[in-house]
Design a protein around this ligand. Sequence first.
Ligand SMILES: Nc1ncnc2c1ncn2[C@@H]1O[C@H](COP(=O)(O)OP(=O)(O)O)[C@@H](O)[C@H]1O
Ligand SMILES: CC(=O)OP(=O)(O)O
Ligand SMILES: [Mg+2]
Length: 404
Amino acid sequence: MKVLVINAGSSSLKYQLYNMEDESVLAKGLVERIGMDSSILTHKPTNKEEVTEVSEILEHTTAIRKVLDKLTDKEHGVLNSVDEIQAIGHRVVHGGETFKGSALVTGEVKAEIRRLFDLAPLHNPPAIMGINAAEKNMPGVPQVVAFDTAFHQTMEEKVFLYPIPRVLYKKHHVRRYGAHGTSHQYVSKAAAAYLERPIEDLKIITCHIGNGASLTAVEGGVSVDTSMGLTPLEGLMMGTRSGDLDPAVVTFVMNKEELSISEVNSMLNKHSGLLAISGVSSDMRDITDGMEAGEANSTLAFEMYEYRLRKYIGAYAAAMNGVDVIVFTAGVGENSVVVREKVCQNLSYLGVEIDPELNKIRSGEPRRISSANSKVEVLVVPTNEELVIARDTNRIVQEAKQAQ
Ligand SMILES: Nc1ncnc2c1ncn2[C@@H]1O[C@H](COP(=O)(O)OP(=O)(O)O)[C@@H](O)[C@H]1O
Ligand SMILES: CC(=O)OP(=O)(O)O
Ligand SMILES: [Mg+2]
């Protein structure tokens, strides 16, 4: 079966086409700046040259049509016809309490994702746009949704409730949900497989640190705590998101600066984090370059980022009464030698010791960076959210066919 995986953002759409016979990627790509005057489509077929095309793409339906054109293009394509795509899988960030796993898209499932718009105003609306756009371009092709929140539905009440009036949970579902679950689940399983140990016996802290960043305490293979909350704003300091702060900061600043709800949301989600402190960039590469050049604001941004991440690792070791494995993943976790080095340097009280040479090795495979003496295994495990979505899509569509 050939499965197209789509990750739709508000102004972008990432895609990967899988051949599920051998789980190989036939092509992948990205449409950026949807809705702006010059959109950019970058298409990379696995065995051919990458192509980039600039054109006007005003909404997601056109974006998917352009992607399908590229996938079937004589020169850059990998398919003879769009009909070869037998299923489509979508990443959806918020599944609320309804979805504990991936689901086949139906009218009711779409209505539920819409009901959750309030809880994920930045993430769920573009996901629905992606689903509708796929439906228009490929009518009749089954679609599956995979939720970032699903893996964290195992958290206990004492972990997911906020200590605020309970009526807010009953009336408005205000609680902690977490995100990046597909990634935390994938890398924790991959870590156990790499170590050749049963996941049931392990206490694992997974650090998914990319643009958005979150940590999860995985005990016995299930998520027992995670750092994102009602929305993907809670927890770690991120590229442009603040992470944890005193909630009174919000009302105080709204009052002093006369900010609206949408303005304060935008400040905390898009103009905070590394970007706000460095004054330069949300990208960890620029921050570490600035730090190496002795630039004070980038150095401070790095130190705050590393300090907050390290505090969370300590908290999750406490939550599980120990830690056997720490896993680094996503853009920063997989690539930043210096972030891993600094975080681990100050975890010696847990018995963490990394090998500086192993830490420097670059590879797309899971690898150990801790020394032989370390009491905790420290691993780098490249994440692959798209593969998990493709597998779920394949399984759910096959099951639905058999049930017919
Ligand atoms: N070599 C590198 N060193 C440090 N950080 C890196 C490196 N490569 C990528 N990154 C970081 O990874 C981030 C993107 O991570 P990624 O997981 O791809 O994010 P997302 O999926 O949220 O777009 C970038 O913003 C950048 O800060
Ligand atoms: C939920 C979330 O933060 O997603 P991303 O890392 O893709 O921004
Ligand atoms: Mg990501």
